[in-house]
Design a protein around this ligand. Structure first.
Ligand SMILES: [Fe+2]
Ligand SMILES: [Fe+2]
Length: 310
């Protein structure tokens, strides 16, 4: 890390990091402005009209929201070390937008719990659920976020190209690229009104759409940083191996079935295989774009739209 002050080089407006930074500024959104009233109404109507939707089903809905909320808090807290070691002004500009966006994502989930979950529980006379209760977080979840935190803070002790590659693999490729993108896809589909057995939650879906779009940009940045590290001599096998080691943990989280009915016929929403197939497809494409010097990472407009279809 530089310790002595020297004026930094001017920005490179054509660099990917700078263009991603500008895209983040231009696509600014406020988590406080998403209308959540319809979600409360729809949930109350749905629960009152349904004979089979009970506290267990409610926990099934809350499970995904709790996991995302705590996850966004964790990534907000764990991104700063990367900001401390980055030495390129354009990378630094982008990182400030990412840090701000992770905070907004955390904000959205906190707001959703207070304004939707607790309002519904109050109306029904149910006890208020705790979004940080240990029931939501299984061992693979704790382990993945623990490893991510360590990979980021490692940079403060040993800032090497290999450790940077590992940090991007944990954070951008796995937590954001595979776990979050898969989960958002699953939640958007489940509560988008496609299934009669699940409530339609337009505020939640709107929030997910905005967040997925931001995440598409974050993942693109991580991919581009990895591509630069490989061009600078980092062995691509490190990337393959790091992500591969984390995949069973991701699977342990997306396939956490403790909140699903035991009888597979009674389960609602996406079948198990559809989520896994989506994650694997995405990851395979990305690895090819990172490791093949002739392949391009999709441009930013494509990343935020493909991933978020705003
Ligand atoms: Fe996020
Ligand atoms: Fe992110």
């Amino acid at each position: 890390m530089e310790t002595e002050y020297t004026p930094t080089a001017m920005m490179d407006r054509e660099s990917r990091s700078n263009r991603y930074y500008r895209n983040a500024v231009e696509r600014h959104w406020d988590p406080g402005e998403i209308d959540l009233e319809r979600d409360v109404e729809n949930l109350l109507e749905f629960i009152e009209a349904s004979e089979s939707y009970d506290r267990e089903s409610w926990y099934g809905t809350l499970n995904g929201i709790a996991k995302f909320g705590a996850g966004e808090d964790a990534v907000t807290e764990d991104l700063a070390p990367l900001g401390a070691v980055l030495d390129d002004i354009d990378d630094q500009l982008f990182l400030t937008t990412q840090l701000y966006e992770e905070a907004k994502h955390a904000d959205f989930f906190d707001r959703y719990w207070r304004e939707v979950v607790w309002t519904v529980e109050d109306e029904l006379g149910w006890e208020r659920s705790n979004p940080r209760h240990e029931r939501w977080f299984n061992d693979p979840y704790i382990e993945l976020f623990d490893r991510n935190r360590k990979a980021q803070f490692r940079l403060l002790e040993e800032d090497t190209p290999e450790n940077r590659a590992r940090a991007y693999c944990h954070y951008h490729l796995t937590v954001e690229g595979i776990l979050a993108q898969t989960g958002y896809y699953g939640m958007q589909t489940s509560y988008g009104g496609e299934f009669d057995e699940l409530p339609h939650l337009p505020g939640l879906v709107r929030g997910f759409t905005k967040i997925r779009s931001d995440e598409g940009r974050h993942v693109g940045f991580g991919m581009n940083q990895l591509k630069k590290l490989i061009a600078g001599g980092v062995d691509p096998a490190i990337i393959e191996e790091t992500v591969e080691e984390l995949l069973p943990l991701v699977q342990g989280i997306t396939e956490d079935e403790r909140f699903q009915p035991d009888d597979p016929d009674e389960r609602v929403g996406l079948e198990d295989g559809r989520l896994a197939a989506y994650a694997v497809d995405k990851h395979t494409d990305r690895m090819q774009q990172i490791t093949d010097a002739t392949a391009d990472i999709p441009d930013v407009d494509e990343l935020v739209q493909l991933e978020g279809d705003d």
